[in-house]
Design a protein. Structure first.
Length: 264
């Protein structure tokens, strides 16, 4: 049994670490029961074609419209999105009134190729770095030596660069990187969304699937470009489900966003 991280809040060291390096590792952060239920839903999400239909709706909204089921419609996924200890930590890093941006859920096959160096900061003009966006990366089974690991480049969130500025580097090892390849089940990694990171596959050690969910949150006070054309419907559905609870009234507010622009 591993020791779970129980946070009533972040200490000064953790906050300073996130500010300086752009990431924070929370080993075993999620409760075992929640992890089990989310994993079961990931299987449903992938195996029934719900994930494929969600992607199709995002890529061809005019044809497919709003998906019948979104990630957080699955009860445990909705619970994970608004997991109170998670939102408390996010609130400490983003300040009050932050918003939910998007959620992705997947089961990475053992032979899935890596994903090259990139960041996920959602501003069309990348020089606008006055506000923070973060991604909560949830590794439901953790990461072990047979799985793809997460490489991060500490401090790179302070560099103004496009999302794919380092794409030519693939998943190569970079000076100063931190490589995470051993994490217990239910671990969460909080990334400043402008931090360059990569998924580095291990094709020589094809192991078991990697259950992965990420949810993204954005600081209040600026307009964030939405990544889904049906973002208004997404937020409305989350409000209808009551996911925010009484403590986070702005979590699914429309005022956090600009209008959707289709990627070129």
């Amino acid at each position: 049994m591993h020791t779970r991280t129980r946070l009533s809040g972040l200490d000064d060291t953790q906050r300073a670490r996130f500010e300086e390096s752009g990431f924070l590792v929370l080993p075993g952060f999620l409760p075992d029961d929640l992890v089990t239920r989310v994993k079961q839903e990931v299987d449903t999400w992938v195996d029934t074609g719900l994930r494929a239909r969600s992607i199709a709706s995002a890529l061809a909204y005019d044809t497919h419209g709003v998906p019948d089921v979104m990630e957080f419609d699955l009860p445990a996924h909705g619970e994970l999105l608004a997991h109170e200890p998670l939102l408390q930590v996010v609130g400490e890093l983003l300040g009050p009134g932050f918003g939910f941006h998007h959620m992705h859920s997947d089961r990475h096959a053992p032979d899935l190729p890596g994903k090259g160096w990139h960041h996920d900061y959602e501003q069309s003009v990348q020089s606008r770095r006055t506000h923070t966006m973060l991604h909560a990366l949830h590794y439901l089974d953790g990461i072990d030596s047979d799985m793809a690991g997460l490489a991060v480049l500490p401090g790179s969130h302070r560099e103004v660069a496009g999302k794919t500025a380092c794409a030519h580097l693939g998943t190569s090892v970079l000076p100063g990187e931190v490589y995470l390849e051993e994490l217990p089940a239910g671990s969460t990694v909080l990334l400043h969304s402008a931090l360059f990171h990569a998924r580095r596959a291990k094709p020589e050690f094809p192991g078991r699937p990697r259950y992965f969910v990420d949810s993204s949150y954005c600081q209040a006070g600026t307009a964030w470009p939405p990544v889904k054309p049906y973002w208004r419907e997404m937020l409305a559905r989350a409000r209808q489900l009551g996911l925010a609870g009484p403590h986070w009234p702005d979590l699914f507010a429309e005022h956090h966003f600009s209008e959707y622009t289709k990627p070129e």
